[in-house]
Design a protein around this ligand. Structure first.
Ligand code: NA7
Length: 535
């Protein structure tokens, strides 16, 4: 939206971001008869799946569920090839959706929105862009993604490095060739755990710098069988409805018993069964793994044993074994990760006590020792959940900054609206199930809620809607109560913003589960949008 871009002063709604959330928002707003347009920083659609192109990038929710459900025809016609879809396949799916629903004509690419200001007398949002352009609309939908603001720590000397640097969350579009190279990976979260096995296959030598060991369970990924696809497609509506009854909003086998109700032998058998099933569903092996420290410890012990068995060198195995509450950081889903450390061309360096001292022109210095590299891969994560929102200078009805409002942690109503910020909606914002749920399902639910709210306003002749302070306070307090009933906030993680210097430590996603969240949303609607004020 530079000089050559038209001003769209007559828009009803402006949507920021062309990932799963923004695209569905555009589709639904259009269906509602509103003029809407997406502004997207990237050169194309896909959001998270546009940026995260690192080798091994996959979704950790199964492909048959990590997909839109608004169109039964789309559900039937799209063919997923594997249990967990690759980044490339998810991006192809998103591109297909864009063409099928003719969304591209209302997307402005390569345009980063840097500011959003509410003009109270006009009752409109004006968004400004990096290139100096602006656009105004009555409604503003922030569809910025929870894991989209890549975090590159300020390592001293970073700019002096003579080799290549890449961040997993902003991977180049052309393939990066590590053949014959000395490569470093910093970070062993999901992104590191996914890319390390593939980089190890290519590089002459790979050195992994690990600050904190993470728990990872096997994906057991593979091609989807025709029978499984047929079974799902013959009752997709049933699957989607059943998924909504689960805390995570997606289906996998569960066991509601307490781990403490079983003998150690029985527990091992149950953990083994869930381990064999693989993926994030491991944490459903018992009903109390997120709440009972003894049950959690039993699960952690089981996984530690599995890691020990996979890694040949006992000293390396011990470094790879976490000592924390399992699930307090996001569980990782792996394919050949631990075995990678049995390769002769892979070295693990523990930086827990020392950190990275600095980047040098030739490589990295750690604990006074210099390591030479041709390339450094930063798998250092994201300024999660609030980062993408706070990077935009968002100003509310009194000119107040969202950054100031959230200086002590995010405050929202239902994770989709904020007091003082009329007609502004967040998709999967802090205080909603978001990253603890099936993101695509939660996106559709948020967008449907917002579009219904706008329809209600149109029918009732209202021009503005804003969250009440009291309702926002109550929801924010409820979020904290909910997480205190769990073990989820017991660790430093991106869930609590601990990876970003200066962030207040607040658990950001809603931990009460999808069914409770849906019930709360339904109640708000039934009460004529109680907690919102219209004018
Ligand atoms: P994560 O899970 O935040 O992992 C980032 C990793 O980078 C983690 O191991 C961090 O160690 C490490 N890190 C971060 N900063 C530093 C510094 N300064 N020095 C050394 N190491 C550092 O991000 P991912 O991209 O892997 O995954 C994010 C989510 O995307 C994932 O959970 C899935 O939901 C998809 P730490 O643990 O902070 O000690």
């Amino acid at each position: 939206m530079g000089q050559d871009q038209p001003r769209h002063a007559d828009l009803d709604a402006v949507v920021v971001g062309a990932g799963f959330a923004g695209l569905y928002a555009l589709h639904r707003l259009r269906q509602q008869g509103l003029s809407a347009r997406i502004y997207e920083a990237g050169d194309d659609v896909g959001g998270t799946w546009y940026w995260n192109r690192y080798p091994g990038a996959r979704c950790d929710v199964e492909s048959l569920q990590y997909s839109y459900q608004f169109s039964p025809e789309l559900e039937q016609e799209w063919e997923w090839s594997e249990r967990y879809a690759t980044q490339a396949e998810i991006l192809a799916y998103i591109e297909h959706v864009v063409e099928r629903f003719d969304l591209r004509r209302d997307i402005v690419f390569s345009t980063r929105v840097t500011g959003a200001r509410y003009d109270t007398p006009a009752g409109r949002w004006t968004l400004s862009t990096e290139a100096g352009g602006s656009v105004s609309a009555r409604y503003c939908v922030m569809a910025l993604g929870c894991l989209s603001a890549a975090h590159l720590p300020r390592f001293p000397g970073l700019e002096t490095f003579q080799g290549r640097t890449v961040h997993t969350g902003a991977w180049p579009h052309e393939a990066v060739d590590f053949a014959g190279q000395q490569v470093a990976v910093i970070g062993t979260g999901s992104s590191g755990i996914q890319c390390i096995p593939l980089i190890a296959e290519q590089a002459d030598h790979l050195t992994v710098f690990q600050r904190t060991a993470n728990y990872a369970v096997p994906a057991w990924n593979g091609p989807l069988s025709a029978e499984r696809v047929k079974a799902v497609k013959s009752d997709y509506r049933g699957l989607r409805a059943r998924a909504k009854t689960r805390p995570t909003g997606y289906l996998f086998p569960t066991n509601s018993r307490s781990a403490m109700a079983d003998t150690p032998q029985q527990r091992t058998a149950v953990f083994e069964e869930f381990w064999r099933n693989g993926g994030l569903g491991f944490m459903a092996a018992y009903g109390d793994l997120f709440t009972n420290p003894h049950s959690n410890a039993a699960a952690a012990q089981f996984v530690r044993g599995k890691i020990r068995a996979k890694v040949d060198d006992p000293a390396v195995a011990e470094l790879l074994i976490p000592d924390t509450v399992i699930g307090s950081k996001r569980l990782c889903v792996e394919s050949g990760y631990y075995e990678t450390f049995n390769r002769p061309n892979v070295t693990l360096i523990d930086i827990r006590a020392t950190g990275i001292e600095c980047v040098t022109p030739a490589g990295l210095r750690v604990a006074g020792e210099d390591y030479a590299f041709d390339a450094i891969v930063f798998a250092t994560g994201f300024d999660a959940i609030t980062g993408s929102l706070l990077r935009v200078d968002i100003r509310g009805s009194e000119g107040q900054a969202l950054r100031d409002k959230w200086s002590g942690g995010p405050r929202t109503l239902l994770g989709l609206a904020a007091a003082g910020f009329p007609n502004l909606f967040m998709i999967n914002g802090p205080g909603s199930p978001s990253v603890l749920s099936n993101m695509v399902q939660s996106i559709e639910q948020h967008v449907d809620f917002i579009v219904a709210l706008i329809a209600y306003m149109t029918e009732s002749g209202y021009a503005t809607v804003v969250a009440d302070v009291a309702a926002e306070d109550a929801w924010t307090a409820h979020n904290q109560e909910a997480v205190e009933r769990t073990l989820r906030a017991t660790n430093d993680s991106w869930y609590v913003g601990a990876n970003i210097p200066g962030r207040p430590r607040v658990f950001m996603p809603y931990t009460g589960g999808v069914p409770a969240y849906l019930e709360r949303c339904a109640q708000v609607v039934a009460d004529n949008y109680a907690g919102f004020t219209f004018s």
